[in-house]
Design a binder for this molecule. Structure first.
Ligand code: HEM
Length: 492
């Protein structure tokens, strides 16, 4: 036999071996048999949510998928997710390497994609800075309120004409986060700001095309830019440069006695506190830049999309909008702007926000985790390096917790028979365990202040009363409603 015949024969034997080989009993079952080389790639549908729901029903707590040669284990249901993320959190809280981080020019820095000691220190410092901003003088609420006022002026300027408010909501949220990071807001027509937002939008748009490159890195080498790898690299580097410039412009020598005006000040002050006595620290300019990119990237589309979802749910449930408005009217009236002090008294609005977060579940698979070592979970043995996805839909839409109407929008489920807000432990739209979202408190503040003002001042109506926009979504990095228009009518 010549060499070619040997190679062809070897390949055929390999394919047969892979096709006939039984599943590995040490691993969770696969919902369907993987194909040689590509694994489950060809089985994946565009709408992963409904597919993973079916597979969770079929396989139970855990199932295995192969993306090419990489093993991905999907966890379903509150109990197993909590066991993995809390009890075994030390072994399952790393992040696998991903393309979007590798091309950022600051790979393995910051919070979202870093690991080990560096991640621990960056996360704890950023969290304590954000917490300190929310206390006392409450810099967070101050910056949010300033931007919300501008948003209200914009909404009034629409004069009830049908408009898709997604883009402008995104501008408002980006401005809130920028003003916390660097201390000042931008005019909406500022060219530098517009450019940053456009690049961020492109990165978000390209996320679904790029996901294959994480498992098949050679795809990025193909001619052309079918998987948007080149476009994403250019945009990520440009975003990094914007934050490098922000740091250069805003960096100042902050002393202990100086007032902290923004995130950059607070971070540099903390760095100084650690380096002065010669303590070793990962706090440096590169991590500061990546932290800012993570907070900006992690906070913008998530919060924007939650507001966009909330309006869509209320267009479909006008009785809920009436109830929210009458609560705001009773508690606050129409003369003064809602503040954080009103949060405890606007119970129904809080329930509406939580129901939006639960049902929309915008980061439905969380951010991928990775096993740092071999882990035994529910009798299965996950090898070191296994990618782990948390199927948050399986918790937030679980009929056993939320009832038979789990897939309906019903804020009343968060109010008990005494009229008090009740939050089941299974309410985890921000994740659970070591990697829980760092922006949870800030997102809750932004959502409350924005939505309270929006519903106090305006009524949201479908552009055509006979055709209400349907609850349809697209699954990218964040699950967003399909574009729709709304009439924003001022309340008298
Ligand atoms: C409604 C809004 C938001 C939702 C639903 C949300 C949800 C999540 C989820 C599910 C995760 C992944 C948890 C995991 O991997 O186990 C996450 C991580 C993260 N989020 Fe959020 N998020 C929101 C807003 C924000 C905001 C406003 C910021 C920042 C200003 C932010 C910054 C981050 C960061 C930095 C991480 C990574 C944490 C880590 O790796 O340790 N998020 N978020």
């Amino acid at each position: 036999m010549d060499l070619i015949t040997w190679i062809v024969a070897g390949f055929i034997i390999l394919v047969f071996y892979l096709l006939l080989r039984g599943p590995n009993p040490r691993l969770p079952p696969s919902p369907v048999r993987p194909l040689p080389v590509v694994g489950h790639l060809m089985h994946l549908k565009a709408d992963l949510r409904s597919q993973f729901r079916e597979w969770a029903e079929q396989c139970g707590d855990m199932f295995s998928l192969y993306m090419g040669g990489s093993l991905v284990v999907v966890l379903n249901g509150y109990d197993v997710i909590k066991e993995a993320m809390v009890k075994k959190g030390d072994l399952m809280s790393d992040r696998p390497p991903v393309f979007i981080d590798q091309i950022s020019g600051l790979s393995q820095k910051g919070i979202v994609f870093s690991n080990g000691q560096l991640w621990k220190e960056q996360k704890s410092v950023c969290l304590s800075i954000l917490r300190s901003f929310g206390m006392g003088k409450n810099l967070l609420a101050e910056k949010i309120q300033e931007e919300v006022d501008c948003f209200m002026t914009y909404l009034a300027s629409l004069e009830g004409n049908p408009t898709d408010i997604h883009l402008h909501t995104g501008v408002v949220i980006s401005n809130i986060i920028c003003s916390i990071l660097i201390g000042n807001r931008f005019d909406y027509d500022d060219e530098k700001f517009q450019d940053l937002l456009q690049k961020l939008n492109r990165v978000l748009e390209d996320q679904s095309s790029i996901s294959l490159v994480n498992f098949f890195p050679w795809l990025r080498k193909l001619p052309g830019d079918l998987f948007k790898a080149k476009r994403m690299s250019e945009n990520m580097l440009a975003i990094r440069n914007v934050f490098v410039n922000f740091l250069q412009e805003k960096k100042r020598n902050v002393d202990d006695s100086d007032e902290v005006l923004n995130f950059i000040d607070a971070y540099l002050k903390e760095k100084k506190k650690k380096t002065k006595p010669g303590e070793s620290t990962t706090l440096d300019d590169q991590n500061l830049i990546k932290d800012m990119m993570d907070l900006f990237g992690g906070g913008t589309e998530t919060t924007t999309s939650t507001i966009y979802w909330c309006i869509l749910y209320l267009l479909n449930n006008p009785q809920v909008q009436d109830k929210v408005y009458s609560e705001i009217k009773d508690v606050i009236g129409s003369d003064r702007t809602p503040t954080m002090q009103d949060k405890g008294n606007l119970k129904y609005l809080n329930a509406v926000i939580m129901e939006t977060e639960r049902l929309a579940n915008i980061i439905h698979l969380a951010v991928p985790h990775m096993c740092t070592n071999e882990v035994t979970l529910r009798g299965y043995i996950l090898p070191k390096g296994t990618t782990v996805c948390l199927n948050l839909d399986s918790v937030l839409h679980d009929k056993a917790t939320w009832g038979e109407d789990a897939l309906n929008f019903c804020p009343e489920r968060f109010i008990d028979s005494h009229g008090r807000v009740q939050i089941p432990k299974q309410f985890i739209p921000f994740g659970i365990g070591h990697r829980i979202c760092i922006g949870e408190a800030m997102a809750k503040m932004v959502l409350f202040l924005c939505l309270a003002s929006m519903f106090q001042k305006f009524k949201f109506l479908p552009s055509n009363p006979h055709s209400i926009p349907p609850i349809e979504y697209h699954c990218g990095g964040v699950v967003s409603p399909k574009p729709y228009k709304v009439r924003v009518v001022a309340r008298q």
